[in-house]
Design a protein around this ligand. Structure first.
Ligand SMILES: [Zn+2]
Length: 402
């Protein structure tokens, strides 16, 4: 299990350790089910692990280990469809396995649940596999009353502060958290928290929230990956399906099982390619904050937008960016001009949508484009709301007994 490894041999930040605690287990979940089984590295190979510290860059860490720049480029080439290595952060764990030809295997781990293993293939190229610890989600019900602001009242009742902010973000279009709140207002939260070996991973899914106030009643329920009020009206701002002003031909579709035509290695295509000429305006798919504007050797100039905790979009091979990191953007805003930068076989826009950190097919994924629950799903939605509400009532009854 991932967390056993990470806790068994703690590596002090910024120091290399010469026995690799990151040995490979069977993946709990591999994203690519077609992936071949993994051969663990043999024991006679020297192995090194490293915990990223503040100010570290991948290139300097590689320099210290005398790993060539061309090897780093090959890793980046494999990473082009993942872009996991562009934002290494303090606390991320890196693992290295070598053989007589140099770096044989590179392991990137972030948090308790996420690991990517890059393996060198016969032609010297790297192939990656992602390992995601699913952990177990446990639904918990939290009840409380307002005293002061809502996040702090929720925290006092047992919610995590990040969960409380998710709730206020969700309801920000519907509620004014100053004028609508009264001391003594009641609220209930249904939240599913992820645990791996009993340890909370930091991932929480808000499943329901009911606010019963003196002057305001409001609720939010998760259904089909989107949030609705109890009447089935969407709480989230809509996305546009295509980040362009009109429909263009799709030159390459989303395909997580794509193989490289020559090397036959799995090179997932985590986006949708639109055949657009250089200079075509690229539009933000939804409201959000620009989280990356990066020039990448293979992805070219690319932009990433974080829309909320759940949705992220990426726009690759651009010729020009009209936004900078940290900037707020709104749906439909012109953020860039398309191009042909990085490694690209011709002018096109490569567009990615990530939901909860996973790339999904942006052309078919259930994004909030709907404003209300469709008629044929009303029954299922009502059942889901009734289930959450009964669990909330049960929790309240038990709390009152004590
Ligand atoms: Zn593409």
């Amino acid at each position: 299990m991932l967390s056993e490894n990470s806790s068994a041999v703690p590596v002090p930040p910024g120091q290399f350790r010469s026995t690799l605690p990151l040995e490979l287990d069977d993946p709990v979940v591999t994203v690519d089910e077609q992936a071949e089984t993994h051969e663990p590295s043999s024991d006679e190979n020297p192995s090194i692990s490293y915990v990223v510290q503040k100010g570290d860059m991948l290139s300097t860490i590689f320099d210290l280990l005398h790993i060539s720049q061309s090897t780093l480029y090959k890793l980046m080439e494999a990473d082009v469809n993942l872009l996991a290595l562009d934002t290494i952060q303090p606390g991320h764990q890196l693992g290295f396995n070598f053989d007589e030809n140099g770096l044989k295997q590179f392991i990137f781990r972030s948090g308790l649940t996420y690991k990517v293993v890059f393996d060198r293939g016969e032609k010297g190229d790297f192939e990656f596999k992602e390992y995601i610890e699913k952990g177990g989600y446990r639904r918990e019900i939290i009840s409380g009353t307002v005293e002061g602001d809502l996040p702090r009242s929720m925290k006092r009742a047992g919610a995590r502060i990040a969960e409380a902010y998710q709730v206020t973000h969700l309801l920000k279009e519907r509620m004014n958290f100053r004028s609508h709140l009264r001391a003594g207002d009641k609220f209930q939260l249904a939240v599913s928290r992820q645990y791996v070996n009993g340890e909370y991973t930091g991932s929480s899914i808000i499943e329901g929230f009911v606010y019963d106030g003196a002057i305001r009643k409001q609720s939010a329920f998760l259904f089909d990956d989107n949030y609705f009020d109890a009447e089935g009206e969407s709480l989230e701002k809509a996305f546009q399906r295509i980040p362009l002003a009109k429909r263009y031909r799709i030159s390459s579709s989303f395909n997580p099982k794509r193989r490289h035509p020559i090397t036959k290695m799995i090179r997932p295509h985590n986006g949708t390619d639109f055949a657009v000429g250089i200079g075509t305006p690229v539009l933000a798919a939804g409201d959000g904050v620009v989280s990356r504007v990066i020039k990448h050797r293979y992805a070219g100039l690319y932009i990433e937008i974080q829309h909320n905790r759940k949705y992220k979009t990426r726009y690759l091979h651009l010729s020009k960016a009209y936004v900078r990191k940290g900037q707020k953007v709104s749906r439909g805003q012109k953020i860039a001009a398309s191009g042909n930068s990085g490694r690209s076989t011709g002018a096109h826009l490569h567009y990615e949508l990530h939901v909860n950190g996973r790339p999904v097919n942006a052309m078919t994924a259930p994004i909030p484009v709907v404003q209300t629950i469709p008629r044929n799903k009303r029954g299922a939605f009502k059942q889901q709301v009734a289930l959450i509400k009964s669990q909330m009532a049960e929790q309240l009854a038990q709390a009152e007994k004590q």
